[in-house]
Design a protein around this ligand. Structure first.
Ligand SMILES: [Fe+2]
Length: 294
């Protein structure tokens, strides 16, 4: 897989070697991959400055993350305007290089990668530039306006599949759905999408509704990937989310969502299917259902 390496020109040989190992595919060794975050300072609603970005990397490292693929926001309509895109992309890469350079000694076991989270404000996004895809591979992280999910969203997803790429719909539990989201999730899946849930949703950090939908998608077996969507403030909530999954009897789902499939994604490999979660009955389940407002 050819992919751009998010390393500054002046980065040390260790950074380059780590990146080469990852791109060689033999690596992505032990350690977790987080492929959705906002750690490039000053370019979106994530990290506001270099210090916040570095602390964000530290926070992910403290939760066991060893491969950070950060994904600053971009509108699909911006990608369609080459001059504007190039200006923004250069700004993103330069800012990210500064973060990597500041972190390489603090987090010597960490590898750094870059992608974008694309807001689908056009139905037919241009994706041929590898810099708009995740680590330059086949996966494309996409989102819709959360409060105004457009009609025909499945067509936009299908367009990406038709181009030969694999759409990953971000935080499917966080949209304001008009009615039951399950039929729409089904359409996205049939249009070729993988579905991603934010770790923090499993512990209720986005509210009861997002938490309910995150667990529901898991019970359907329709969540392919979990990620932090970390904005460099507060906590990533990965460790706590994984604990909740395991306490609910979801050891297999936990490993697939947080370990194996993010690693497959970073390598550009096919994702594994995830079995529906059959929740463990008992006191813990009753307590959680209470907090989920059932
Ligand atoms: Fe995001």
């Amino acid at each position: 897989m050819s992919a751009p390496v998010a390393a500054p020109p002046e980065a040390g040989p260790e950074t380059v070697q780590r990146a080469e190992e990852v791109l060689a595919g033999a690596a992505v060794p032990a350690g977790l991959v987080d492929f959705h975050s906002h750690l490039v300072p000053g370019v979106d609603d994530g990290a506001r400055d270099l210090g916040e970005a570095v602390r964000g990397v530290d926070a992910l490292a403290a939760e066991g993350i060893r491969h950070v693929l950060t994904t600053p926001h971009i509108d699909a309509s911006t990608i369609a305007r080459p001059e504007l895109f190039e200006t923004q992309q250069r700004e993103v890469e330069e800012a990210w290089f500064r973060v990597v350079d500041a972190c390489v000694d603090r987090e010597p076991r960490m590898s750094f990668h870059l992608g974008r989270e694309i807001l689908l404000d056009t139905a037919a996004p241009e994706l041929s530039d590898p810099r708009v895809r995740l680590n330059g591979g086949p996966y494309v992280l996409v989102e819709f306006p959360r409060l105004n999910l457009p009609a025909g969203s499945e067509d936009a997803v299908g367009h990406i599949t038709g181009l030969g790429y694999r759409p990953v719909v971000a935080h499917v539990e966080r949209y304001l759905y008009q009615g039951d989201p399950v039929p729409l999730w089904d359409e996205w899946r049939h249009a070729g999408a993988a579905l991603q849930v934010n770790a923090a949703s499993y512990v209720g950090r986005y509210g009861a509704n997002a938490r309910e939908l995150a667990w529901r998608a898991l019970e359907l077996g329709w969540v392919d990937l979990a990620a932090s969507d970390y904005h460099a403030r507060g906590r990533p909530w990965i460790t706590q989310a994984r604990e909740e999954l395991r306490m609910a009897g979801g050891d297999a789902q936990d490993e697939a969502l947080f370990e194996r499939n993010p690693r497959h994604l970073l390598r550009g490999e096919e994702l594994e299917s995830v079995d529906p979660l059959v929740q463990r009955r008992g006191a813990w389940s009753r307590i959680r259902k209470y907090f989920r407002g059932r």
